[in-house]
Ligand binder design. Structure first.
Ligand code: AMP
Ligand code: GLY
Length: 422
């Protein structure tokens, strides 16, 4: 089969890595891809917001299935566009993509259908938002309604800070929406819970935990993710059943009832508080960097999974995972998540052994004259698989030490809550 992967991050490199292992793959293209996908697929440069241009490539390359990695084209309706052209595509339609594209949509759905989530209010007016803040207890969580590349959420320790951030959002700091969602702060442990969904059924697709804060000990501003590990030791059988019954299944039923059955990966960002799951957010795609650790652990043919899912036959498959643990550490460009250094050469990458236990997934990179350069905030994902998380982290750290790049930084403590350092 011929597959096209849309996107250019570490997630898409990891997806290409698995697809390429399938005995059924004939042609693999990545639009636009990066220096890592280039080694596995044909990279085709195109603006991924230009749906007509994407369709022309897909037609010309005789693509059987399109895999969409990032949220923006999903929220903008790429699935609807390609479906109309009779292209087989993996991902949710524009309506269902509101689960991530609008926090107000997701929160209202939870409220009406009693899906556990933090108490909240949605506002487009400063007076009403101010009243909510006055009556709320700190910390107050302030969120932009629309997509904000992981930067739309602040946890405010004072009412003044909450009011300031609320005003900025209402004034249009994020172009995707002027609405603000104000939330009660939930205490607990975070868990990323993945499912793969088709029109008839769904399957669990692994668990992970990521580290969103830029600094060690989970301090500093939020990022797209500084590292992740899988499986999440927090997820017991009992908790998994609760998450399915209280969160995933009601959501899938509602989307069906609304006439837009969900399809694709559905990733629930959860807070586990006293053994009970609360939905923090939905993502309508794989996580990045969570995808990288899940792909290291996946034993079933990914192409077959996507093939079955896009034919609404996912329940006929059994998805297998290794019990081993995987960890990924994100190497970032100095300055990230603010203005960061670009076009800086990264040396010695080829000294890292690549095998089924060690992979360097590229994110913000490009190749020029056989040299690798950075062009993003999150640049490389140093990923390992091992018998224990401690061993996996040690491998990733030792691989990181082989890279010669003074313009980058990384967190040495990924997994600190579950790895015993002593
Ligand atoms: P989100 O983009 O909604 O996932 O939020 C980003 C991060 O902010 C989450 O991963 C949590 O660490 C934190 N967060 C969001 N909402 C809450 C909440 N209601 N209570 C506590 N932490 C939260
Ligand atoms: N790592 C968080 C995300 O992909 O949204």
């Amino acid at each position: 089969m011929n597959l096209a992967v849309i996107g250019s991050g570490g997630r898409e490199h990891a997806i290409c890595y698995k697809l390429k292992q399938s005995p059924k793959i004939k042609k693999l293209i990545c639009i636009p891809g990066n220096a890592g996908t280039q080694k596995l697929a044909e990279n085709i440069k195109e603006d991924i917001s230009n749906f007509e241009a994407l369709y022309q490539i897909i037609k010309k390359q005789k693509i059987d299935i399109v895999f969409i990695g990032p949220e923006q084209p999903l929220v903008d309706g790429l699935v609807d566009y390609l479906n109309k052209k009779k292209v087989r595509v993996f991902g949710p339609d524009k309506f269902a993509s509101q689960l991530e594209g609008s926090k107000a949509f997701m929160k209202n759905l939870c409220k009406v259908h009693e899906i556990p989530t933090a108490d909240f209010g949605v506002f487009n007016n400063i007076d009403e938002a101010t009243n909510f803040i006055k009556q709320a207890e700190v910390p107050i969580v302030v969120k932009a309604d629309g997509l904000a590349a992981g930067k739309g959420v602040s946890i405010c320790q004072s009412k003044e800070e909450a009011l300031k951030n609320t005003k900025e959002i209402l004034k249009g700091k994020f172009k995707s929406s002027n609405k603000v969602v104000l939330e009660e702060f939930l205490n607990g442990e975070e868990l990323s819970f993945f499912t793969i969904v088709d029109k008839n059924s769904y399957l669990f697709f692994g668990s992970a935990q990521d580290h969103k804060r830029v600094g060690e000990g989970d301090n500093g501003p939020n990022t797209g993710g500084m590292g992740a590990y899988s499986p999440a030791p927090l997820l017991t059988h009992e908790l998994k059943e609760k998450i399915k019954k209280k969160i995933i299944e009601p959501t899938l039923k509602i989307m069906k009832d609304l006439g837009h059955p969900y399809t694709g990966f559905l990733y629930a960002g959860l807070m586990i508080s006293k053994g009970e799951p609360y939905l923090i957010e939905y993502n309508i795609r794989m996580g990045d960097p969570e995808c990288q650790v899940l792909m290291m652990r996946l034993e079933t043919d990914l192409l077959e999974i996507i093939d079955f899912a896009t034919r609404n036959k996912i329940k006929d498959l059994k998805i297998k995972w290794t019990k081993k643990s995987s960890i990924t550490i994100v190497l970032c460009a100095n300055g990230y998540p603010y203005n960061y250094i670009k076009n800086s050469e990264i040396k010695n990458l080829s000294s890292i052994l690549a095998d089924k236990n060690n992979q360097v997934f590229h994110a913000g990179t490009y190749e020029k004259n056989n040299k690798i350069y950075s062009n993003g905030g999150r640049v490389l994902n140093i990923t390992s698989l091992s018998e224990s998380l401690t061993e996996a982290r040690n491998k990733s750290l030792s691989n990181l030490n082989k890279i010669n790049w003074t313009d980058g930084f990384f967190r040495k403590d990924i997994g600190w809550k579950v790895i015993n350092n002593k």
